[in-house]
Ligand binder design. Structure first.
Ligand code: MN
Length: 321
């Protein structure tokens, strides 16, 4: 998916100054952002005051939307550098095409993982014969400096490992949870897991005290560490837990996102994660002139132009610790 804001503001991310070393409760309710002509998403990250959770640097939640007589998701070819994108669906399908020749249709609870590395372009669309509902999350993972120029590639993992306990089934999307490891490539210590809770479930999920965590509610009525999290909202939890109490009043679905606090400073603008304003401006120019990123074949329509750069130079902020 793409950041389709017409005047995106630069975001300086990373560093430990906004990481809570102890358990906290910080409820993020998201901001409504139009995505293309037919989709509105709730943007949970980056948000006011919270820029990252581990290496997770972008979280959009969308739907469930009735798209019976509508095109559904239609995101034209656009570029990325320095990040991975994770497509995660609870309903519907998304067809992915990219400039290294990948073509895949991702379905609910399958992992579509694109590592942009030094640069890739892709499109994402609901197929013509699509399901009536579209519901999912679009997530980005920042790549650490040692891996951010890696070769771009796409992975489709239809089957993922799970962890089961009474009242809980967890699907490991990325990284590792309770000994189960996703086959998706990772470049920093992190976890992403889809948690299905049965009505009246009360579980204590083992987590890493050195990771910071957040939980996004996808559906249902669940409490995370005693805090009710409505669907489309996300609770930031900080670090310092060995287990996370979860309760569900009805059948519920949560996304657990966590990771080692990401210490590098980033400049995040539009669909680029870089280390300097010059690098981001160069990526923008290469997209607009067509001198990098390659071609996405098979998408019916033109490509997305980049917005204008803001007048103020993009600069990463220095580390505070
Ligand atoms: Mn994208």
């Amino acid at each position: 998916m793409s950041n389709l804001e017409t005047a995106p503001q630069p975001r300086v991310c990373g560093g430990r100054d906004d990481v809570s070393g102890t358990p906290v409760h910080e409820l993020l309710t998201g901001k409504q952002v139009p995505l293309g002509e037919s989709t509105v998403v709730r943007r949970l990250l980056p948000s006011m005051g919270r820029r990252m959770v581990g290496a997770w640097c972008f979280v959009d939640h969308y739907g469930p939307d009735d798209i019976v007589d509508r095109p559904g998701m239609q995101v034209a070819p656009h570029p990325h550098i320095g990040l991975q994108t994770v497509s995660w669906l609870h309903a519907g399908e998304v067809t992915h095409r990219d400039s290294v020749g990948s073509l895949a249709t991702v379905r609910p609870r399958e992992l579509g993982l694109m590592t942009a590395g030094r640069g890739i372009a892709h499109s994402e669309e609901s197929p013509r014969d699509h399901s009536p509902l579209l519901h999912g999350a679009q997530l980005w993972v920042a790549l650490p400096d040692g891996h951010r120029h890696t070769e771009p590639h796409f992975e489709h993992h239809p089957r993922l490992p799970g962890v089961t306990a009474p009242g809980l089934h967890a699907t490991v999307i990325l990284g590792e949870l309770d000994g189960a490891r996703s086959p998706g490539a990772t470049y920093s210590p992190l976890v992403g897991a889809d948690l299905t809770l049965a009505a009246d479930a009360a579980v204590r999920l083992p987590v890493e005290p050195d990771f910071e965590y957040a939980v996004l509610s996808m559906s249902g009525a669940a409490e995370v560490d005693g805090v009710r999290v409505e669907p489309g909202s996300m609770l930031y939890l900080g670090c310092g837990r060995r287990e996370l109490p979860l309760r569900a009043a009805t059948d519920s679905s949560l996304l657990l996102l966590g990771g080692e606090p990401f210490e590098e400073q980033l400049v995040m603008w539009w669909n680029f994660v870089g280390r300097s304003g010059e690098e981001v401006a160069r990526a923008r120019a290469e997209w607009m002139t067509g001198t990098a990123f390659g071609e996405v074949h098979g998408y019916a329509g033109g490509r997305l132009p980049a917005p204008e750069l803001p007048p103020v130079p993009l600069r990463p902020r220095g580390r505070t610790r």
